[in-house]
Design a protein. Structure first.
Length: 332
């Protein structure tokens, strides 16, 4: 059996009864931070699949100052870590997570239309924090009469995630409208990179926590339109999502990237896999590139369906489906 994704490579361990807490955690608890530190926090409510175990430590990072301390701290102690927004496009294993989850919030939810030096000319530029919800961003564009990124209304993530994975839908991609991105390295230094200096491609950018680059905010340039037209496009995107996706069931969004010249959903459906189940996980009968949690699905259930889809599509169509969803793994 072809098993491309498994839990074997994930740095997870169960904490034994009576085991002392890590030395780094004692040091961290004594450090004065504005951000909230949570111990033994369930990760189920921090992802859209509603799946996952307990984290040793979850920190609601509320400002750049705290983040600039935490990233070097993580590097110094070689702590398993992950940066988390709304937890869409993410599978969290059911086992305990031994390190730190950084959950951006606070000032990272900022929204600031930018001014220019010519009052008679509209700027159409906005700075948005990495933790701002995609839905909120799209809704605020309506009142400004800014068009182009209406597709974000159907993506249940954050601006940081949208930039990091070059999120898109309805023929549009985040990178098309990005002007510049602010990001922090693992030494706690802030950088600003222009769009043209960054690599973007389909569902990929080099600004990714896996590469030690944490997006803090981004600046976008939108197209000027009247608010009614923007709202109409927004509602059309919302309606398309309601009609074609399982909006009322926990999922991660699209599980697989579309292969060149084709659609993952079409290939999966052609293989007769629509509505196939494993435990309480199911390939959606509405959209074959969605796997939904019917209530008590485990990460193992999800991974089993992912493996089945990839093996079956490869066997029938000789096409290797690349996952769009990320699996929580430690970065040290």
């Amino acid at each position: 059996m072809l098993t491309v994704l498994s839990l074997q490579n994930i740095n997870i361990k169960e904490k034994m009864p009576g085991e002392e807490q890590p030395e780094w955690l004692e040091t961290l608890e004594e450090t004065p931070l504005t951000s909230r530190l949570r111990r033994k926090e369930s990760l189920k409510r921090f992802n859209t699949w509603r799946i996952g175990g307990v984290a040793e430590c979850l920190i609601d990072v509320v400002n750049v100052t705290d983040l600039s301390f935490l990233l070097p701290f993580i590097s110094k102690y070689r702590i398993p870590w992950f940066i988390l927004g709304k937890g869409s496009n993410l599978l969290i294993p059911d086992s305990s997570w031994p390190g730190i989850i950084l959950h951006l919030s606070g000032e990272f939810k900022s929204w600031e239309p930018l001014e220019n030096n010519n009052p008679s000319r509209k700027n159409n530029e906005v700075s948005a924090g990495a933790a701002l919800a995609d839905v909120t961003f799209a809704q605020r564009c309506v009142t400004q009469g800014w068009s182009g990124m209406e597709f974000l209304i159907g993506i249940p993530g954050t601006i940081g995630g949208a930039v990091a994975m070059n999120a898109g839908a309805h023929g549009g991609e985040t990178a098309e409208f990005l002007m510049q991105a602010e990001w922090m390295d693992m030494e706690g230094n802030l950088h600003t990179s222009l769009r043209d200096d960054l690599e973007f491609r389909y569902r990929f950018s080099e600004l990714n926590g896996n590469y030690g680059k944490i997006i803090t905010r981004a600046v976008f340039k939108l197209q000027q339109d009247d608010p009614e037209s923007v709202e109409k496009k927004l509602l059309e995107c919302q309606q398309f999502r309601r009609d074609n996706q399982p909006c009322n069931q926990p999922s991660c969004g699209s599980v697989f990237k579309n292969p060149p010249g084709d659609f993952a959903a079409r290939l999966i459906e052609d293989c007769g896999l629509k509505a196939k189940m494993c435990g309480d996980a199911q390939i959606s009968p509405i959209h074959a590139n969605f796997i939904v949690n019917l209530g008590k699905a485990s990460s193992a259930d999800i991974l089993a369906l992912i493996d089945t889809v990839r093996e079956t599509v490869l066997s029938k169509h000789s096409i290797y489906l690349e996952p769009e969803v990320q699996i929580l793994q430690s970065s040290v």
